[in-house]
Ligand binder design. Structure first.
Ligand SMILES: NC(=O)c1ccc[n+]([C@@H]2O[C@H](COP(=O)([O-])OP(=O)(O)OC[C@H]3O[C@@H](n4cnc5c(N)ncnc54)[C@H](OP(=O)(O)O)[C@@H]3O)[C@@H](O)[C@H]2O)c1
Length: 263
């Protein structure tokens, strides 16, 4: 599958999906890129400097806007021939704009459009470790939470084979799990006595604003979560179709992250 040796730049390399891409690319030369490694996506010169001899790019764009992305893509298109972009299911504005910008570059592209990340539950880790009470709105909201391992496994196929050029893949986990059940599953896996205490949307809004979420994002997130109680994101077979292995369940994700939830 691997053919010629190649160099792959991975942005978001210290994050959940980029980190998995780095660890799953075993035979290629991987160039991890993030502020921890001295790069900065808001500084196009630092991107350019990291692109020497790069053939392909896995792009995590960790912002809720596309300011500066055009320049970064121009720099990538000067050097590389393929980009795999971690987009988002449900087409939020910034992801749609990013996809349009990428389509204009002439690069070979694949767009991964995942549903909610299982890794979002890491936001509960401190509460779980300290007092066992998770506070969140919409306990009955269910999502087909996707394991970062599976997003990366699809991303690796898109980077290394030519079969996925031009594909837009919605990616999901294998089953819908409510937030009440997520907390129950983490409790079972860790052996802890955990409880979800439902916040009102107003309480959640205030907390999110205090923790630094931009106001428009808070409102659109709360609106999306409210609608997912009745209309959850779809379960799709793409992970298994592309990788040949079934998508991992939320319970498997929780087991893989046991140490994140135990002191
Ligand atoms: N959470 C969800 O449910 C969900 C659903 C669909 C799509 N998404 C998309 O997934 C992406 C996030 O992926 P993730 O969860 O794997 O990321 P993550 O774990 O939040 O990590 C973010 C990464 O970006 C790097 N980073 C942040 N600012 C940077 C900068 N100025 N320059 C260079 N690197 C920077 C961070 O590393 P350093 O700190 O070292 O810089 C880190 O490696 C976002 O684009 C989001 O829209 C998320």
């Amino acid at each position: 599958m691997h053919g010629e040796p190649m160099t792959i730049l991975v942005t978001g390399a210290t994050g959940s999906v980029g980190g998995q891409i780095v660890s799953q690319l075993r035979e290629e030369t991987v160039r991890p890129f993030s502020r921890t490694t001295g790069g900065d996506l808001t500084d196009v010169d630092s991107v350019r400097a990291a692109l020497t001899d790069v053939d392909k790019v896995f792009l995590v764009w960790p912002f809720f806007h596309t300011e500066g992305l055009g320049e970064v893509l121009d720099a990538i298109a000067e050097r590389a021939k393929r980009i795999v972009y971690l987009s988002s299911a449900g087409a939020p504005e910034w992801a749609r704009e990013a996809e349009e910008l990428i389509e204009q570059t002439g690069l070979e592209w694949t767009f991964l459009q995942p549903t909610g990340f299982a890794a979002n539950a890491l936001h509960w880790a401190d509460d779980i470790k300290t007092h066992g009470v998770v506070r969140t709105p919409f306990g009955d909201m269910s999502r087909p939470h996707i394991h970062e391992h599976d997003m990366a496994a699809v991303g690796v196929q898109a980077l290394l084979t030519d079969k996925h050029v031009g594909a837009r893949y919605t990616l999901s986990g294998p089953e819908l799990v409510t937030q009440f059940d997520q907390v129950k599953i983490i409790g079972e896996v860790t052996g802890k006595d955990l409880r979800l205490e439902e916040e009102t949307p107003e309480e959640a809004r205030a907390r999110m604003l205090v923790s630094g979420w931009p106001e428009p994002l808070v409102d659109s997130a709360l609106e999306a979560w409210a609608s997912m109680v009745e209309n959850p994101e779809p379960i799709v077979p793409t992970v298994e179709e592309v990788t040949g292995r079934p998508a991992k369940t939320f319970r498997e994700w929780a087991r893989d992250h046991l140490t994140d939830f135990t002191p």
